[in-house]
Design a protein around this ligand. Structure first.
Ligand SMILES: Cc1ncc(COP(=O)(O)O)c(C=O)c1O
Length: 404
């Protein structure tokens, strides 16, 4: 009886506001095709195609044998929080205390804790477009309002202080900055971040800095965290995870670094929702952070080589344009020339349609830009082997054709 009434407002209002995750939907469709025996070129993937480091796996096995299987500190074991402190000091040059670190069930969970801790009903959040798919949904869940700040190729898909000034209102509370960016691969220079930091200080904004791809930066200058700039540590919540850096997406370990009162509030939320992340996964993450780091360098070099091939290949294809991304493992492709054209007898009226035709007619999986806030782009991942990239590009060429 009650189940039949679920359409009649028996569920919480957020259930009507939130969209399902488009990345998860695509992955499920591709998995079905593969199970049925089809070869799929998986440019849609959002996870590294490398194994988790052997020492991290061994640490987890040892943890099980040593019965390290009970509850832990809600914020994560102290040794892991200390390892996060060292890693942030080394990567970002920012000094934190262990009680400013909260370990959670992946970067996504850390973001959820942070957004729900900072926002009050109808607070506005400045969100540069393109954005990672979960940001707007998490903002809406928390009662906030995303204020999209559109970027395009002219600024390398990066926001400037001038663009932010135009978007800000008295209700603005928070800026979410994700760099290296998913989906565009954009990485900010220190100078660019300086301007944004001054804007945030001027308007007394919080900043969530999503740095889950910080290990994969190809620009010469390397990675700068906005938290490392003067006056920013006290207003920034850094989000990171072992998911991408150590190829540990399934282990579900992410973390935040924030001023102690914010960390304490996030901890309160976590203590009544999930408690600690899995004890075994925490030990594996500790081993990953403390063990040899050469795996990261190898992944970065591999991504770099693949990026060159994918970008060169995409630039030859009819109707596609892209910039050279500076980080992460995605290429953000402007496919707007295809809008209104016919492909395999079907009219391309949206990026979703383009993705559907490529998947059904060519077994090529790509992410339409729709979920990332663009009706003109698609995202191609290069977290697949060089052979798959090369074969997939040939396959795309057969469908799309080449530039004259
Ligand atoms: C920008 C960004 N932030 C956060 C996450 C979430 O990472 P995790 O798998 O650790 O939850 C992702 C995953 O794709 C991401 O792309």
């Amino acid at each position: 009886m009650i189940a039949e009434q679920t359409n009649n407002n028996l569920l919480a209002p957020w259930t009507k506001k939130l969209l399902p995750s488009p990345t998860a939907e695509l992955e499920a469709k591709v998995a079905r095709m593969q199970q049925e025996g089809s070869k799929v070129y998986r440019f849609g993937l959002g996870q590294p195609d490398f194994p988790t480091p052997a020492h991290a796996k061994q640490a987890a096995i040892d943890a099980i044998h040593n019965n390290f299987t009970g509850y832990t500190d809600t914020a994560g074991i102290l040794s892991l929080r200390q390892a996060v402190v060292s890693s942030l000091q080394e990567q970002c040059g920012v000094q934190y205390e262990p009680d400013e670190i909260v370990v959670s069930i992946g970067g996504k969970h850390s973001l959820f804790n942070a957004i729900n801790t900072l926002l009050q009903q109808d607070d506005e959040v400045l969100l540069p477009t393109p954005y990672w798919v979960s940001f707007p949904e998490q903002i809406k869940f928390a009662g906030g309002i995303p204020r999209f700040v559109e970027t395009d190729a002219s600024t390398g898909y990066k926001v400037t202080p001038e663009m932010l000034e135009q978007a800000i209102s008295p209700a603005s509370k928070l800026l979410i900055l994700n760099q290296p960016n998913n989906p565009s691969g954009a990485v900010y220079t220190r100078e660019e971040l300086d301007g944004i930091a001054q804007f945030c200080i001027r308007h007394n904004l919080w900043v969530i800095s999503d740095e889950v791809y910080s290990c994969f930066v190809f620009q010469e200058e390397g990675f700068t965290s906005i938290a490392s700039l003067p006056g920013m540590k006290e207003r920034t919540i850094i989000i990171n995870a072992v998911s991408k850096s150590y190829s540990m997406t399934g282990w579900r370990i992410g973390y935040s670094a924030s001023p102690a009162p914010v960390a304490a509030a996030m901890l309160k939320l976590q203590s009544h929702t999930t408690s600690n992340p899995a004890s075994i996964a925490q030990v594996a993450a500790l081993a990953a952070l403390q063990g040899p780091q050469n795996g990261i360098q190898e992944m970065r070099e591999t991504y770099l080589a693949r990026r060159e091939v994918l970008v060169a290949g995409v630039r030859q294809l009819r109707g596609l344009k892209c910039l050279m991304p500076d980080g992460a493992f995605y290429v953000w492709v402007d496919a707007s020339e295809w809008l209104g054209k016919t492909l395999c007898g079907q009219t391309i009226d949206s990026m979703d349609k383009l993705a559907e035709v490529l998947l059904t007619e060519g077994n090529i999986a790509i992410m339409p830009g729709t979920g990332f806030g663009s009706g003109k782009h698609v995202r191609l991942s290069y977290a697949i082997s060089m052979a798959e990239i090369e074969e997939g590009l040939i396959q795309m060429g057969k469908l799309l054709g080449y530039k004259q």
